[in-house]
Design a protein around this ligand. Structure first.
Ligand SMILES: [Zn+2]
Ligand SMILES: [Zn+2]
Length: 463
C-alpha cells in the first residue's frame, strides 16, 4: 500500500517536472491532524504524509530532530512556539559555491530538507537554532535545504545561529540553501554566522529569506538583524546571500518581486583578497536571469574591521568579562485571548533586549453551572471569557453514591466549613435522584450533613 502511494507521488512529481512547473505533492488521501508536541514528533514516522495543525503548539522542553520532509504541511494559521534545534538532520545534499565547486552538506531547520514538499500557513515563533558543526552546513528557519518545493503564507521569528569552519556554510531566515518558491512569507530574525577557524578561507552566506541558491521569492517581508564573522568571503543579502543557478549556469529565469526588507547586517570579512558582498536584496548575483521588481529596502550594510572578536547581537557576550557582567531584568507579559505571552529580558549593562519563553494564548474564564450532575447524568458547566465573547463547556462528573450509610447523623448544624463530596445520606435518601435545588444550597446542605456525621462520630469516640 505504502509502495503504491510512493509510486503515485513519484509519478506526480515527474508529471510536474515534465510540465516545467514547481512540483507539488500528490493529493493525499489522509490529512493527519496535529494538536500536541507528540503528534508533531510523530511526523518523523511518515515524512511524506499530509499534516495539518489544529492548535498552537508549545515545544518548550521537547527535543527536535530536523525531518527530511517530502509531504505537505498545513500550519492552518497556528503557531509552533519555542522550538529549539541544536543539531543537523540526517540529510546530506550537494551545495555549490560561486565557482560551482560541490560540497557534501548537512542542514538544520524545522525541516532538515524539503523535496517535493509544500508548507503553508506555518508560523514559527521564538525559534531557536544553535548549531555548532565541523562540516559544510546550512541552516534556515523552516528548512535547511529546499528543492522542488513551495513555502507560502508562513512566518519565522527567532534567533538562528551557526558556528562552522568547513569551507561552505550559511544561515537563512526561511531556508538555508536551495530552490523552489517562497511566497508571502515573513521573517523577523536575528541571524548569526561565525567562522570558528580563522586559518582557512571559507565561503560564507547569509540572507533574510535564503543564504544561497535560486529560489523564487515573491511577496515576502524581512526584518533582519544579522551578524556575520568571516575569515574568508561573505555573501550577505537582506533577501538572498548569493543568487546562483546550479549545477551549471543554464539560464534559469527566476523571480524576485514584491518583497520588502528592513534591518541591518553587521559583518567582517577577514581576507586580503576582499569582496565583502553585502546588499539590501542580494549579496552576490551569479545568475542575472530573473524578474526583479517592486522590491523595497531600508537596509544598513554595517562593515567592521576588527577580526579577533566574533560579532554577536548582544555585545556583552563578545568577551568573557562582558559575559560575566550581564545582569538581566525580566518582565513577563501575560498571554491574552488573541496574543501569546512572553518574557522580555533586558541587559542592565548595555540595554540589549530579547524576548523568550512564549506562552500559549489563553482566555480568562468565569465558570457557571448549566446543568447539575445527577447520579445518572453528568452535569455541564460553561466558561465565559471576561475579555471577549469566547466560551467553552465542560462536563461535570456524575455523582457517585458512597456505599456505607451512617444512620444517626441527621440534623446536627455545621460549625466549620470543610468541603466534602456528596455524602452517604444523600445517596440513601434521594434514591439516585437529586431535587432541582441551586448548587450552592446543595453544597451547603451536604456540607452540613457530612460535618454533622464527623462531629457526632467524634463525640461518640472521644473519652
Ligand atoms: Zn549586555
Ligand atoms: Zn477571551
Amino acid at each position: 500500500m505504502r509502495k503504491i502511494r510512493k509510486c503515485l507521488v513519484l509519478l506526480g512529481l515527474c508529471g510536474c517536472l515534465c510540465l516545467g512547473g514547481k512540483a507539488l505533492p500528490a493529493e493525499a488521501a489522509e490529512i493527519r491532524e496535529i494538536r500536541s508536541p507528540q503528534e508533531l514528533l510523530d511526523m518523523a514516522g511518515d515524512p511524506s504524509g499530509s499534516y495539518r495543525l489544529m492548535a498552537d503548539i508549545d515545544m518548550t522542553g521537547v527535543s527536535w530532530e530536523p525531518i527530511a520532509f517530502s509531504g505537505s504541511f498545513d500550519g492552518n494559521g497556528y503557531a509552533i512556539l519555542n522550538l529549539e534545534i541544536a543539531s543537523v538532520g540526517q540529510g546530506v545534499e550537494d551545495t555549490y559555491d560561486g565557482n560551482r565547486k560541490v560540497y557534501d552538506t548537512s542542514f538544520a531547520g524545522f525541516f532538515d530538507t524539503l523535496k517535493g514538499a509544500s508548507v503553508t500557513g506555518l508560523d514559527l515563533i521564538n525559534l531557536r537554532i544553535d548549531v555548532d558543526t565541523q562540516q559544510p552546513c546550512f541552516i534556515g528557519g523552516i528548512a535547511g535545504y529546499m528543492e522542488d518545493s513551495v513555502i507560502e503564507d508562513s512566518s519565522v521569528q527567532g534567533i538562528l545561529q551557526l558556528r562552522a569552519c568547513d569551507r561552505m556554510f550559511g544561515v537563512g531566515g526561511v531556508i538555508g540553501y536551495g530552490c523552489g518558491s517562497i511566497r508571502n512569507t515573513a521573517a523577523d530574525v536575528t541571524l548569526v554566522c561565525i567562522d570558528t577557524d580563522a586559518s582557512t578561507r571559507d565561503e560564507q552566506f547569509m540572507g533574510g529569506v535564503c543564504a544561497a541558491g535560486y529560489p523564487d521569492v515573491n511577496g515576502c517581508s524581512v526584518k533582519i538583524d544579522g551578524y556575520d564573522s568571516d575569515h574568508g568571503y561573505v555573501h550577505d543579502g537582506g533577501l538572498v546571500g548569493m543568487y546562483i543557478f546550479y549545477p551549471q549556469d543554464v539560464g534559469y529565469y527566476g523571480s524576485i518581486t514584491d518583497n520588502s526588507v528592513t534591518g541591518r547586517i553587521t559583518f567582517f570579512e577577514d581576507n586580503t583578497n576582499r569582496r565583502a558582498y553585502c546588499d539590501g536584496f542580494i549579496g552576490e548575483i551569479m545568475n542575472w536571469n530573473f524578474e526583479n521588481g517592486r522590491n523595497a529596502s531600508d537596509f544598513q550594510r554595517d562593515e567592521r574591521f576588527e577580526y579577533d572578536v566574533d560579532l554577536l547581537p548582544h555585545s556583552c557576550e563578545r568577551t568573557a568579562e562582558g559575559a560575566a557582567a550581564i545582569v538581566w531584568e525580566e518582565t513577563v507579559t501575560a498571554p491574552g485571548c488573541d496574543s501569546f505571552g512572553y518574557t522580555t529580558r533586558k541587559c542592565s549593562v548595555d540595554g540589549y533586549t530579547e524576548t523568550d519563553d512564549y506562552t500559549l494564548k489563553s482566555h480568562d474564564l468565569t465558570w457557571e453551572t448549566v446543568r447539575e450532575a445527577t447520579y445518572e447524568e453528568p452535569g455541564l458547566e460553561r466558561g465565559t471569557c471576561k475579555n471577549c465573547d469566547y466560551s467553552e463547556e465542560r462536563e461535570l462528573a456524575k455523582l457517585e453514591p458512597t456505599p456505607t450509610p451512617t444512620p444517626e447523623a441527621e440534623s446536627v448544624p455545621a460549625e466549620d466549613s470543610e468541603t466534602p463530596g456528596p455524602g452517604a445520606e444523600a445517596a440513601e435518601t434521594e434514591e439516585g435522584k437529586l431535587p432541582a435545588v441551586p448548587l450552592t444550597a446543595l453544597v451547603i446542605g451536604i456540607a452540613c450533613v457530612v460535618t454533622g456525621v464527623i462531629l457526632s462520630s467524634r463525640k461518640r469516640h472521644s473519652k
